[in-house]
Write a protein that binds this ligand. Sequence first.
Ligand SMILES: [Ca+2]
Length: 390
Amino acid sequence: MKFLLFFLFILAVLSCKKVDEFSVTNPGFVSVVENAKSQHSLYISSFTGNPFEKGKIYVVEDIEEKLASWESAEPKKLNFDFQWPNGIETAPSQFFGKNGIIINDGFLMPGKDDGKIYFLDTSENGGVDASPVTLSTKKSGWYYHQCKFHDFDNDGIPEIIAASGHKPLFGSGTGELVMLKQSKQGGSFTETVLAKGPDTFVELYEQNGTVVIYAAEYFSKKLTLTYSTSNNWMDTSSIKSLTIDADLGTGFDIKIQQFYGKDHLLVTSQGDSGKNGYVAIYEIPDNLLDTGSYTKHIIAKDFNPKSSTEGSGAPGICTEIGTTGQIFLSDDDGGNLYLLSPSDSNYNFQLSKIEENDKTVGSVTLFVYGHSNYIIVANYSKGKVELWRC
Ligand SMILES: [Ca+2]
C-alpha cells in the first residue's frame, strides 16, 4: 500500500513538463487576459533596475493558437514605454465600452517609483499602437502591482481596488489601499485612500454579502484584512483594518484558492527581509472578521535568495494548478521552479524542484485550455517565457 501511494505521488509530481519557450529580455510578469476575439492574449512585462532603461510590455495574441508552436510565438512590443510594469488585468468593459487592459506600473527603486494605473485600448492589434489613459491620480513616488474590481456602490461600474507602495530614499516604506471610482462610463476616475498598510498584492473576497480585502503586506510584514463596518465602502470613515497574522514576515503573493473543496488564502512570505521564506495556506472562517480563526498551515519553508543583494527574496508568485490541489511556485530570487503536491488531506505537501536557474524567475500564471492546465513562466534571468503543461 505504501509503495502504491508512493508510486501515485511520483506520478503526480511528474505531471508537469516544460513544453517550449520563446525569448523576451527580462520578462517579469506574465498575464493572460481576454481579448476582443473572445480568445486570450498574453501580456509580458519587462524591466530592469537601470534607471535610464524604460520598462516594456510585449503581447502575444490568441495564445490558444500558439500552444502547439510556442517557440515561434513572436511577441510584439507595445510602442508606449513604461517604468516597471507589473501585473496586467482584463479591464471591465463598463469603463470605456471597449476591450482593454489595466496596467499597473512602478516599483520601489529610484527612478522607477512614480507609478501609475493605466487603461489601454487593445481592440486593435493588441494595443501595440494605442496610447494609455492614466486612471490613478496619486502624488508622485507611489507604485502599483495589481488591481481588483468590484461594484461597491451598485451603479453598474466596478470600482478599482489596488495597493500602492512608497519607499523614500531614506526611511522605511509604506503602503496604502486605494479605491479608484469612475464618475460615469468614459468619465474620469477619483482615487481615495481606504486604509494604510497594503502595498503590493491584494485579494478581494465576498462571503454572505460581506466584502473583505486581504493583503500580504511587504513593508509592515503582516497579513491583514480591510472591511467596511457599515458595508458602505463609499463612506471612508467606515473602513477598518484587522491583522490576521502579525508574524507573516515580508509578505509577497496572496491568492484565494480552493483546497480540499474549500476556499483558502494561499500566501508566500519572503520571511525575515528576504531570507527563510515560506508558503502558507490559511483556512478562511465562516465569519470573515474573526481574525483569530484563520488557521495557518506552513506547507513549505526555508526558501532563500541566491544573492544577498538588498531587496532580494524568495519565494515569489505561486498558483494552484487548476483545481488539482497542486501548486506551481516561482522562487523569485531563489531562481528555482517548484511543485507543491498534497500528500494527504491535512495540509501536508511534498516540495519538488522542477527547474533550477542561476538567478531570478518572475511570475507564473495559469491558463486552462481544453482539459489541460498550462502554466506560463516569466524566466527573468534566462530571458525566456516558458510554457509548461501540467
Ligand atoms: Ca460602482
